[in-house]
Design a protein around this ligand. Structure first.
Ligand SMILES: Nc1nc2c(ncn2[C@@H]2O[C@H](COP(=O)(O)OP(=O)(O)O)[C@@H](O)[C@H]2O)c(=O)[nH]1
Ligand SMILES: [Mg+2]
Length: 480
């Protein structure tokens, strides 16, 4: 059953009225309670059929926004029923609900048999299982939230770092949306100037071009700074990557193990082959990070293997922080020095320079010292074997993480879709700017400005089409 609904800009969507149901809490054996959510036109009626309230009332007669204690029951005959679980029914009537529809939330005991029984019972009375993100999609279609906010809910669930969490919360509040609305208002202002100029076409003294140009240039500046945060933000949202790079035998794996042991909150260990990389999740300063141990530069037949070089550079590129490890007990070879120099030139900002094996008396390391001559403040001497100075190394890692975070301001962009749309808008504005010459053709200008406004509303979803909406919500988990 579908109903046509209009969104803010008058677009019509086919809204599903069917009653949907899903478990909202994670499906796991841990945790005392589980939450099941049901939304749609028959939600309250279905819940009434599968419920018996302790008060003796019927759920359907209860006022909105009430918590009702009782049982989920399965009717066996007209006179006989069996209890499935003792639960709380949260009853919320449309339109003041998350989805904008009648909603029932059932808090039951967290046992998969109980949860499944309740869901199956509701289905037997006409509900159906919700698809990924379907609750949020309904909230969007009912104008409860815009697309940026809907996407923020998804980000919130998947946030890997504190900063990502904060930013998703800010987006939920509509901070990016309001930024977009500001740009939109400016574009409308530019359009208004352009339209007004039709009327003063004969009047040589009135010139709107510079004003329009000014507005567009300011918008471009705005877009530029929004876009700039995207890369940093993306990596941080997914968690920081810290790669350990260096020659074979420098002590990378030992350092990897020592750092992991110090940070006991190891979640997983994803092992590749010894020739490949090993990754482990660690939590540094309540942020999720991935520590990567690389195979390193290996010399065979007096030549460093190409694969090792490529892999090291690839990892440096992908990572946010690089721990470049040198063996303090030997000098670099000429070939190594050249390769590391290239790495340093390319990724200097990311690198923490580590001289390992400082428990051994150092040799005269001319090439190594030469390479590090400009990094004096950035070099740290450690011993992975004796766990010497690892705390200092961790402090340096923490400072680097803080630096990365401080570069990001809220509101910032959340995903590739938003980034691409802003990029398209930027290109379009850059095309329009040259049109504003001494005597611009205001009709053409107006046409293009209208076009840019439509680009923009795609970010918040005001003009987005049904197919892209379906795609966006598919990324969500069931129950959201
Ligand atoms: N003396 C000393 N030996 C170390 C230290 N770190 C690693 N080693 C030794 O160096 C060798 C290579 O270490 P490994 O961690 O496998 O190096 P990788 O090839 O860079 O991963 C091993 O024999 C380690 O015991 C250190 O800080 N001091
Ligand atoms: Mg190793």
């Amino acid at each position: 059953m579908k109903k046509d609904i209009k969104n803010i800009s008058g677009q019509i969507f086919h809204q599903d009225q069917e009653t949907i149901i899903a478990q909202c809490t994670p499906i796991s054996s841990q945790g005392a309670i589980a939450l099941i959510r049901m939304s749609g036109q028959d939600a309250i009626e279905i819940a009434t059929k599968i419920s018996r309230l302790a008060s003796g009332e019927s759920l359907i007669d209860r006022p909105t926004n009430t918590i009702n204690f009782g049982w989920v029951i399965e009717k066996i005959s007209d006179t006989c029923s069996k209890n499935i679980d003792q639960v709380l029914f949260l009853l919320m009537r449309a339109p003041k609900t998350f989805t904008g529809q009648d909603t029932i939330e059932i808090t039951c005991h967290n046992n998969q048999f109980i949860v499944q029984n309740i869901i199956n019972l509701a289905i037997s009375y006409g509900a159906r299982l919700a698809q990924n993100g379907e609750f949020t999609k309904r909230a969007f279609l009912n104008n409860k939230i815009d697309l940026v906010q809907a996407e923020a809910i998804n980000e919130l669930i998947h946030s890997q770092t504190q900063v990502a969490l904060k930013s998703a919360l800010a987006q939920l509040d509509g901070s990016l949306s309001s930024e977009i609305i500001n740009i939109e208002n400016d574009l409308i202002k530019a359009l208004a100037f352009s339209e007004a100029s039709f009327e003063f076409i004969e009047d040589e003294n009135i010139e709107f071009g510079p004003q329009i140009k000014n507005i567009l240039e300011n918008i471009l500046k705005n877009i530029f700074s929004l876009k700039k945060t995207f890369d940093a933000q993306k990596q941080i949202r997914e968690g920081i990557r810290i790669a350990i790079i260096g020659s074979v035998n420098a002590g990378k794996s030992s350092l990897f193990n020592s750092l992991l042991r110090q940070n006991r909150a190891i979640v997983t260990n994803i092992a590749g082959t010894t020739r490949d990389t090993i990754e482990a999740n660690i939590i540094i300063n309540s942020n999720n990070a991935t520590l990567i141990d690389t195979a390193g530069l290996r010399e065979t037949d007096n030549q460093i293997e190409k694969a090792g070089i490529e892999k090291s550079f690839q990892e440096a590129e992908k990572s946010d922080i690089v721990i470049l490890v040198f063996d303090n007990s030997r000098d670099l070879t000429l070939e190594e020095a050249t390769i590391y120099q290239e790495l340093v030139n390319k990724y200097c900002q990311k690198i923490i320079f580590v001289k390992n094996k400082c428990d051994i008396t150092p040799v005269n390391s001319k090439l190594l010292n030469n390479l590090l001559s400009e990094q004096k403040e950035n070099i740290i001497k450690v011993s992975s074997l004796e766990n010497k100075n690892l705390d200092t190394l961790e402090n340096i890692i923490n400072t680097k993480i803080k630096d990365l975070f401080s570069k990001i301001q809220s509101p910032f962009l959340l995903n590739k879709r938003q980034f691409n749309l802003l990029h398209a808008l930027e290109k379009k504005l850059q095309e329009i700017l040259p049109l504003i010459s001494k005597n611009p053709e205001y009709e053409i200008l107006s046409y293009h400005l209208r076009d840019t406004i439509s680009y923009l509303s795609e970010i918040t979803g005001k003009t987005v089409d049904q197919k892209s909406i379906d795609l966006i919500f598919k990324e969500f988990c069931v129950g959201k």
